[in-house]
Design a protein around this ligand. Structure first.
Ligand SMILES: Nc1ncnc2c1ncn2[C@@H]1O[C@H](COP(=O)(O)OP(=O)(O)O)[C@@H](O)[C@H]1O
Ligand SMILES: [Mg+2]
Length: 368
């Protein structure tokens, strides 16, 4: 016998972030761990005895896995299972169903939500999107803007000798070239080749500034909730650009909020232990600063999600679709990443940033 301590199994199951549920041969819940309680947003006593079908829609692949495990007598897993239910919202998880040895038809179900690391991995793709915007913006500025001013000048020359009827057309040309010029101007921020002027920035001052701007204008009718971690160290970056990032995110949040009871939650946190492998670098980067912007709007339309950070993706009549593309570019320039989680009444954009110095040498609390 080894000298290992006996740890109560319930304690182990309670401490793991994996959702564990046991169902009987009627697919009724007979056990639910702590992670399951928060996943289903119900206490384990409320879950036990209820059919799993009342939490997860009956046509979910989860039930096929349970049936397979029961009839095959062996554990089965599936990756990327979408679990969608009114209470749970929309999640993607790896699901394992395993018969419990010597317990007849009891099946243990483990639901492992797509990890933060994988979510971010997915978001890193957006950095490449931002890079292609940068290249495109440079092309637009050189190859489009110059000829446009030529076209505009020619139209104005023609206008002088044109008949009244033709003048309408030359004006159309001038107006449309102006419109394209304005678009190219808006794109120009993407191609700014100057390196970022970095200085320590207090992110709370940035958020305060953004909230004040928002509340005196486009978000006047909304409630703001602030949940800041006051011990957050500074970010090394550009204050103006960071203001732009959070202004764009808060503007989108405000536009998504319902007309009655709209609420935006701004929060910051210091999260240890999130390290990522980034393309082009061998070391894992640590992004402990998390700034979240949450709204209670309808959520991000499904079809937009894969390309949300691409330029010109918009559902708004007067939208440019450049807001999030710019956000992705600036966050990338700050060596950070952005991710989102969206379900009806709860959409969160999270910006993760590196800190100014190594954690050990942290500057300590910043004045607000
Ligand atoms: N908080 C949000 N809730 C719901 N949808 C959002 C949110 N933020 C962004 N979106 C969607 O992403 C699209 C792109 O946003 P953005 O790049 O800022 O461009 P724009 O705001 O000009 O449309 C929006 O049109 C909207 O459909
Ligand atoms: Mg926008």
């Amino acid at each position: 016998m080894g000298g290992g301590r006996v740890i109560p199994e319930a304690g182990i199951l309670a401490s793991l972030p994996v959702v564990v549920v046991v169902v009987d041969d009627d697919d009724r819940v007979t056990y639910a761990n702590v992670a399951a309680e928060s996943f289903f947003d119900l206490s384990s006593s409320a879950l036990i005895g209820t059919p799993l079908r009342s939490q997860i829609p009956p046509d979910s692949p989860v039930f096929a896995l349970i049936t397979q495990a029961r009839s095959g007598g062996a554990s089965v897993s599936e990756d990327g299972v979408a679990i969608e239910a009114p209470r749970v919202g929309e999640r993607v998880a790896t699901v394992t169903a395993a018969p419990i040895v010597d317990e007849g038809s009891l099946i243990a179900l483990a639901i492992h939500e797509r990890s933060i690391a994988r979510k971010i991995d997915h978001q890193l793709v957006h950095r490449n999107a931002a890079r292609s915007v940068t290249a495109m913006a440079a092309i637009l500025a050189h190859e489009v803007k110059n000829p446009l001013s030529g076209i505009r000048g020619a139209a104005q020359l023609l206008e002088q000798s044109a008949t009244a009827e033709d003048r309408e057309l030359t004006r159309l040309i001038t107006e449309e070239t102006d419109r394209i010029c304005a678009l190219v101007d808006r794109m120009e921020v993407f191609s700014d080749p100057r390196p970022l002027a970095r200085q320590p920035v207090n992110i709370h001052q940035v958020l305060e500034h953004v909230r004040r701007l928002a509340q005196s204008g486009f978000a006047r009718h909304l409630r703001f909730v602030e949940a800041y971690d006051p011990s957050l160290p500074p970010v090394l970056g550009s204050r103006d650009q960071l203001i732009q990032v959070f202004l764009n995110l808060v503007k989108n949040a405000a536009e998504a909020c319902p007309s009655q009871g709209g609420e935006i939650v701004l929060s910051t946190a210091y999260q240890h232990g999130i390290r990522l492998a980034v393309p082009g670098s061998e070391t894992l980067i640590s992004l402990p600063l998390v700034v979240s912007i949450q709204d209670n709007g309808e959520g991000i339309p499904e079809e937009l999600r894969p390309n949300l950070f691409d330029p010109f993706v918009t559902t708004k009549i007067n939208g440019t679709g450049l807001g999030l593309a710019l956000v992705a570019k600036i966050v990338g320039d700050h060596a950070g990443v952005i991710e989102f989680d969206s379900q009806p009444r709860r959409t969160v954009f999270r910006v993760r940033l590196p800190i100014h110095a190594e954690p050990k040498a942290a500057i300590g609390p910043m004045p607000r």
